[in-house]
Design a protein around this ligand. Structure first.
Ligand SMILES: *[C@@H]1O[C@H](CO)[C@@H](O)[C@H](O)[C@H]1NC(C)=O
Length: 258
């Protein structure tokens, strides 16, 4: 194994995802909407997918593995992900916007590992799906109710949803759980909702929730929050409804009337 390869692996470990669009810093979840290209890792964690499994991950959500050209188009509008993933045709690469020593060796564009002979190597996946995703999205309204997929019916198996709440600078986000019923297991590893006080699901984990006990209210420290919902392929449940409201800086203890 070449030394540079090992070097990349070490660097990728410190991943971050962000990008610039219309002069505003966004994370990859935001940009996914624009380009139809998004990054996925296995439920088991980073770098756990063979080519075949990567294909299945994308197909499950109605998409396909992205081509190098689709990934390049996403990179040009700011998709920056510090993790290598399978692409169509058994290639591997990742998109870098901001040159840095921590990721991509100071290069920008698509860091391209080319065609992999060994299809059981383990990487993440880059999917392409020009249609709306089944669930999740970018929310900028000052107040909104977030529902699990198919609510009030039971959510389906194998769902992966990201909601990215992005309010005005200096506003904070108040999450209030209205209803909560997610398959219960002692460590919340089957189905769960995770709340991050952050742009993405890498930093700022506030909690992972399952079962049918209503979680307490959560208030963000900044103007962004990320909610991630995963379900596995057994048992489902009714799901959840969560109300979020903006808190203005001048009025930190009450929610905004809209
Ligand atoms: C292919 O990659 C996998 C995962 O890294 C490894 O376990 C396997 O030994 C590799 N096969 C060959 C033929 O190099």
């Amino acid at each position: 194994m070449p030394l540079s390869f090992l070097f990349f692996i070490l660097l990728w470990h410190e991943s971050d995802t962000w990008g610039l669009k219309n002069g505003i810093l966004h994370n990859s979840i935001w940009l996914e909407q624009a380009a139809g290209v998004y990054h996925r890792e296995s439920r088991k964690g980073k770098y756990q997918l063979t080519l075949k499994e990567a294909n299945v991950v994308c197909q499950y959500e109605g998409g396909t593995l992205a081509t190098i050209n689709q990934l390049a188009a996403a990179q040009r509008i700011g998709l920056h992900v510090c993790a290598a993933g399978w692409l169509a045709g058994g290639k591997v690469g990742y998109p870098i916007v901001k040159p840095g020593t921590k990721c991509g060796h100071g290069q920008t564009g698509i860091i391209n590992y080319g065609y992999r002979v060994n299809k059981t190597e383990l990487w993440d996946a880059y999917c392409y799906n020009p249609h709306a995703k089944q669930c999740g999205g970018v929310l900028t309204d000052p107040e909104r109710i977030i529902q699990s997929p198919d609510y009030p019916d039971e959510y389906e198996h194998q769902q992966i949803c990201y909601w990215h709440i992005r309010l005005k600078y200096k506003q904070r986000i108040h999450l209030h759980f209205l209803e909560f019923d997610v398959e219960d297991d002692p460590s919340c590893l089957s189905d769960y909702l995770e709340v991050y006080d952050s742009y993405d699901d890498l930093l700022g984990l506030v909690g992972r929730f399952c079962g049918n006990k209503l979680p307490s209210d959560i208030i963000s420290t900044g103007n962004v929050m990320t909610l991630k919902f995963l379900s596995d392929s057994s048992i489902t449940a009714k799901g959840f409804q969560i109300l979020y409201t903006a808190i203005n800086p001048s009025d930190p203890f009450s929610t905004v009337a809209t």
